[in-house]
Design a protein. Structure first.
Length: 434
């Protein structure tokens, strides 16, 4: 059974951190086996063409010619040299991706990728993204958040609230928003215009709780139960900041999934494209192709890319061009639901080249549920908010089965296609029964 994360484990005892958060950033590079790694925070994954092209230039000139997408809609450059930090920083400043160097690792904001783009007529939360990022970067205390602390801004469809964020802000309607930290059943209602400021107030409440608990927790879920921020305390804090709020008991957040690959029909003859990068990795040629469609990108927490701003009549042709570039453009593509950690040779802890093994069997092991390949028991980048098939490299092959269940152990590479087909169908059946 996979080790439980702090968010999943019963918090009978507090999670006590004996060191600071070492999460990589754009300025704090991580030393990997294939060179240094930079993680560039891109709030809600919203990127313009100018910044996208500068990132591609940096990947070609300073890195390995690829851009990786993370499970929070950020971008990573790998294969960087040890002395490239200053040059990379200059590129990011020109791209507008480093507005506050002291806060660059805490700009962890995800938002509903299709907000304002499809025909569901839900409130557009994109303006929240820019405002929250501005407030976050201007707040001196916010620099004390860990690089893992996450804000989720949901337009009401329930997609990014499934990602176990620390602060959730959800549009209730055009004028009101719900805010919570631990449990949506303990949410507070605020005016939509106050949403970003209220979200930052909730983060400040968490930081005070960490100091009171003395545990150096990185996430809300790591706090001992008696120190988890409550809605009554949050309402009082908001009132002190001039924000009117009331407690809303018993709210159950809706749940929806990642955008399917294909054309997204929008209002008034507009369209967007939704595509995925196989295993979350793009060549700079693919990246530039995406950036050149409309000059706007939204990277998603599911390692996908949404391209907004097309005329509806041009969408199918543009989608076909992206398919020719090797991107996933249809829901039935074998790569639609396959993800993997870095694996060998990039990660010293990995016990296998999981990406190579995934490529070998992906077309022969399709099924209704996602499958995630991990090079070790840490399971970096595994899916959130859904059932999934767990494939973990060991010294004796792969352990394979439903995440959290009893795995089939020691599966050899030659046995993987049949074993994966069986696991994806069995796990889907078990999930349906629940």
């Amino acid at each position: 059974m996979p080790p439980q994360s702090p968010s999943a484990a019963a918090r009978d005892e507090p999670v006590i951190r004996d060191r600071g958060d070492a999460c990589p950033g754009a300025l704090r590079l991580h030393a990997a086996d294939d060179g240094f790694l930079a993680r560039v925070r891109i709030p809600a994954g919203m990127l313009d063409g100018h910044a996208a092209h500068l990132l591609a230039d940096a990947a070609d000139r300073l890195g390995d010619g690829h851009i990786d997408l993370t499970s929070r809609g950020n971008a990573q450059l790998r294969g960087l040299g040890a002395s490239c930090g200053g040059e990379l920083q200059a590129v990011l400043v020109r791209a507008g991706l480093l507005p506050a160097p002291t806060h660059e690792r805490v700009r962890n904001i995800v938002a509903s990728p299709l907000t304002g783009l499809d025909r569901r007529a839900l409130p557009d939360v994109a303006p929240w993204v820019a405002e929250l990022d501005r407030l976050l970067c201007a707040s001196e205390p916010a620099a004390g958040l860990s690089g893992r602390f996450l804000f989720a801004l949901d337009d009401g469809r329930g997609d990014v609230t499934s990602l176990a964020a620390d602060v959730n802000l959800v549009a209730r309607d055009a004028d009101r928003a719900l805010l919570w930290t631990g449990d949506p059943a303990d949410a507070v209602l605020v005016a939509a215009t106050d949403g970003p400021r209220a979200a930052l107030t909730a983060a400040a409440q968490f930081l005070d709780a960490v100091r009171e608990a003395g545990t150096r927790a990185w996430r809300v879920a790591e706090l001992p139960p008696e120190h988890v921020p409550d809605s009554a305390g949050l309402v009082a804090r908001l009132a002190a900041s001039g924000i009117e709020a009331v407690v809303v008991r018993g709210f159950a957040s809706p749940r929806s999934h990642a955008p399917e690959p294909g054309v997204v029909e929008g209002p008034d003859g507009t369209a967007a494209l939704s595509v995925l990068a196989p295993l979350g990795r793009l060549t700079t040629v693919q990246w530039r192709r995406l950036a050149g469609v409309t000059g706007r990108l939204r990277l998603t927490p599911w390692r996908g890319i949404v391209v907004p701003g097309l005329a509806a009549h041009a969408a199918e042709r543009a989608l076909a061009d992206l398919a020719d570039a090797g991107l996933v453009t249809t829901p039935d593509d074998p790569w639609r639901s396959v993800s993997a950690c870095t694996g060998r040779p990039g990660c010293a802890k990995s016990l296998a080249d999981v990406r190579a093994d995934a490529r070998t069997v992906a077309a022969h092991a399709t099924g209704p549920l996602p499958v995630h390949w991990s090079g070790c028991e840490r399971r970096c980048g595994h899916p959130r908010g859904t059932a999934w098939v767990d494939v973990v490299a060991t010294g004796a092959g792969y352990d394979l089965g439903a995440a959290g269940g009893s795995p089939r152990r020691g599966v050899q590479t030659s046995e993987l296609p049949a074993a994966l087909v069986d696991a994806r169908r069995t796990t889907s059946h078990d999930a349906a029964k629940k």
